[in-house]
Design a binder for this molecule. Structure first.
Ligand code: ACM
Length: 803
């Protein structure tokens, strides 16, 4: 007796056909299978799948799945059983539905059925066919990965909303396969170490996005994170550093960590079960300071032992190129190859400033003997040795695009990060390439310009920008384009110290990375993606993924105040209007002005509205059907607030500097509850734009003394020293950066890092609106000073500044 616990529910006589391609504003021409009239209602209905499948066609009716639904696989079909188990697990976690998997020779009517099938209609590797109809839900694929991805899609169809228990899936025919075989995400575990649980959390999420390469950046100047048995000091010494401000704000005396080989094996197996390959990166010849700190004689160029670095950026330590060093590297690679089955091994190759090689008599002599013309070519020789070694072991070398500069070994592949030019050049030379261009794929860049963003790089990388990338750069012929293996997001971790930061930076932008790497351009559309995102956010909540809602969060502004002009109008007694909006422009914004928490019943924002100061505006964002999109944000507006700007409201005095960062109190603070400071490493100078100075008698600055822990290599000379009047330096306030000095305050003595203090000074009477320039003259060899907020003080204020 077969239980038919899955019911196919007819929704009337109307044939409802729908294609995600249509929802994306695209035609059905890619769909070879049955077609049917598409109603207006169907056009607006969204299938909650991310990444968008290659082909989708909606059928007639809906399928009901309950706690009694049979999930079956053919006897002995191990890949089907594995995928089915994974589906059942996800349904339990996200839906609270406890199904179990059975082996049955033929599928029960109206069941969920997974089956490896050499005749599956989708022939492409990793592809799958998913059919929901009167027969039930069927997933067929020609390989195990395809079955797994079919299961992920089935789970996504089942988790469109936050409800628990039984659910309905619309009738649908999906034919899906990835555009690229390489769908990656880099996690830097060297700058900040992320433990096994965090890495598994990332692996789980990657699998749910149909990503299949986890690039682990295992070694760098600031830490060596993989146990190498024959060289124990790599982790005994190289995995640990003494952080700036040790002991303050929770910063440990010793920061670090590493994975034992047993943990690596566990991670590799865990990833493999989810059809993810872990690509190990051992960064060489640069970013080698931790290795040199551990084995200065064996691999260092100078023989001197540095400390494991605490400076982010580019440090001078390179691996040596002599026989002893090259043998050492082979020894490391031998253990890496034993641990990681990945066909590719990443050898780094980025940002290797050659000063140590160029000044070493031994390296210069070796270059002469080899007939190598310069240090770039020497890196080419170094890479060639690694490529030869890896090839002899049946593996392939991949490295950052700098490896193009010294001549590329024939077998090498290139990961393009400095734009797409490296990819174009390499593909034209016949090398395989992976696109990880920083301008689209570096997820340590902040995703909004909101003040509540945590630490990160300041060039903004919104969700929409990530989504934009086409991994096949324009200008490649079809033959050259075949060298594009795929695309990859990157999460460098200088400013990502905790697992919460990892989640905040990765999600939801990983969803965009996934669609970039999986979906054909014809199935991609920004509007379609946005329509499918709320379901994805709901899954994140169900799975405990601490995503950023910044792209949807309400920005609360004085109307017209992208600059300070309208703020000044209000200060002059003009009317006050509040404008609400968000980065993506989706959702309904609900707000209150009485201090209460906004709900779906609160006023819906339509146009700028008038308020009387003081006022607290709170605004939350929901989808049209009432699901949460962004938590409530609050802004208190009174006269003091209008006379203040926070670190985000300040402007860099020099636009376009590449080194804009948002930094915490201390670089290795474990928590997330740190104030943050926008800095430009080259200029300790900020502008308070269009300050209205009528009636202003003083200025108060919330300032901080930060670690200056940045390796700038040859750019060090670009760091500007403003002339100090005393050894400790001052804060200067000027009317315009080239104008007169209005105030000068001595910086407090001492060198305690992470110390916050307030500087206050009278300002001479001025009228009208001026850009105020604030700069620190502290010696650039010492700590870095920065500003949390600036407050202008009015004559009428209760406590006028001390004169
Ligand atoms: C890199 O961002 N240095 C590859």
């Amino acid at each position: 007796m077969i239980t038919t616990s899955v019911r196919f529910v007819r929704t009337g006589t109307l044939m409802r056909a729908f294609s995600l391609l249509l929802a994306a504003g695209l035609s059905l021409s890619g769909c070879a299978e049955r077609t049917a009239p598409v109603t207006a209602a169907a056009r607006t209905e969204v299938l909650p799948l991310i990444p968008a499948p290659a082909q989708v066609e909606r059928g007639e009716g809906r399928l009901q799945i309950t706690a009694k639904t049979v999930v079956s696989v053919p006897p002995g079909d191990v890949p089907a059983r594995d995928a089915a188990n994974h589906l059942v697990e996800l349904l339990r976690d996200a839906r609270g539905l406890d199904l179990s998997v059975r082996e049955e020779p033929v599928s029960s009517p109206a069941s969920i059925r997974l089956q490896l099938d050499s005749k599956s209609p989708v022939a492409q590797a990793e592809g799958y066919a998913l059919d929901v109809d009167a027969q039930g839900l069927r997933i067929r694929a020609r390989d195990a990965a395809g079955l797994f991805y079919g299961a992920i899609s089935a789970w996504q169809l089942a988790s469109a909303d936050a409800k628990h228990g039984a659910f309905e899936i619309p009738a649908v025919t999906i034919r899906d396969w990835p555009r690229f075989g390489w769908r990656g995400q880099l996690l830097d575990v060297a700058r900040h170490f992320h433990d096994v649980d965090t890495v598994k959390h990332v692996i789980d999420a990657m699998a749910q996005h149909k990503l299949n390469v986890l690039h682990l950046h295992l070694t760098d100047d600031q830490g060596w994170r993989i146990e190498i048995k024959r060289y124990p000091k790599l982790t005994e010494i190289g995995a640990w550093r003494t952080p700036p401000g040790a002991g303050r704000h929770g910063t440990p005396q010793r920061y670090g960590g590493f994975y034992t080989q047993e943990q690596i094996r566990d991670l590799v197996a865990y990833a493999a079960e989810r059809h993810i390959t872990i690509l190990p990166e051992i960064d060489m010849p640069g970013h080698a300071q931790a290795a040199v700190a551990a084995y200065p004689e064996e691999v260092g160029v100078t023989g001197e032992r540095p400390a494991v670095a605490v400076d982010w950026g580019v440090n001078p330590y390179l691996f040596d190129t002599d026989e002893r060093s090259m043998k050492f590297i082979e020894g490391v690679l031998d253990e890496v190859l034993e641990l990681f089955p990945s066909p590719y091994i990443h050898i780094g190759g980025d940002e290797a400033v050659k000063d140590q090689w160029e000044t070493s008599p031994a390296v210069r002599a070796q270059m002469r003997q080899l007939g190598v013309k310069d240090a770039h070519a020497m890196q080419g020789w170094f890479n060639a040795q690694l490529a030869k070694y890896l090839t002899s072991k049946g593996r392939r070398l991949i490295g950052w695009d700098e490896i193009l500069e010294g001549g590329l070994p024939e077998s090498a592949s290139v990961m393009s990060w400095r734009g797409v030019e490296g990819a174009v050049a390499a593909a034209k030379l016949g090398h395989d390439v992976v696109l990880a261009p920083a301008g689209w794929m570096y997820l340590d860049n902040l995703q909004t310009d909101r003040s509540d963003e945590p630490n990160g790089r300041l060039a903004m990388l919104p969700l929409s920008r990530v989504y934009e990338l086409d991994p096949v750069p324009a200008g490649l012929t079809a033959d050259q384009a075949r060298h594009v293996l795929g695309a990859q997001g990157a999460l460098w971790s200088e400013y990502i110290p905790s697992s919460r930061h990892v989640d905040h930076a990765l999600f939801p932008r990983l969803a965009a990375v996934a669609e970039v790497a999986w979906s054909p351009m014809a199935a991609r559309s920004w509007d379609g993606f946005l329509a499918r995102l709320p379901a994805q956010l709901q899954r994140y909540r169900a799975l405990g993924i601490d995503y950023s809602d910044g792209a949807f969060a309400a920005d609360i502004k004085i109307d017209g105040s992208s600059n300070k002009v309208s703020t000044n109008t209000v200060l002059n007694g003009g009317p006050t209007k509040i404008a609400l909006g968000n980065q993506t422009g989706i959702g309904q914004i609900r707000y209150t002005i009485d201090g209460s928490e906004p709900t779906l019943k609160s006023s819906r924002y339509g146009a700028p509205f008038a308020v009387t100061l003081p006022v607290t505006v709170k605004a939350a964002v929901f989808t049209e059907d009432g699901q949460p999109l962004a938590a409530a944000r609050s802004r208190h507006l009174d006269r003091d607030a209008l006379l203040s700007v926070d670190t985000q409201g300040l402007r860099n005095c020099h636009d376009g500097g590449p080194l804009g960062l948002r930094v915490p109190l201390l670089p290795d603070m474990p928590g997330t509850d740190t104030p943050v400071y926008n800095v430009d490493l080259f200029y300790a100078c900020w502008t308070y734009p269009q300050a209205r100075l009528d009636g202003i008698t003083g200025i108060r600055v919330d300032a901080v003394r930060l670690a200056r822990n940045y390796g700038l290599a040859h750019d060090q000379s670009k760091v500007h020293q403003y002339p100090p009047s005393s050894p400790q330096g001052e804060l200067e306030v000027l009317s315009g950066c080239d104008g007169e000095i209005l105030a000068k305050v001595a910086l407090p003595a001492g060198a305690t890092l992470g110390e916050q203090f307030t500087l206050e000074a009278p300002l001479p009477p001025r009228e009208g609106v001026h850009d105020l320039c604030l700069r620190f003259t502290a010696p650039i060899e010492g700590p870095l000073y920065a500003i949390g907020a600036v407050h202008l003080i009015e004559a009428t204020a209760q406590s006028p500044p001390k004169r």
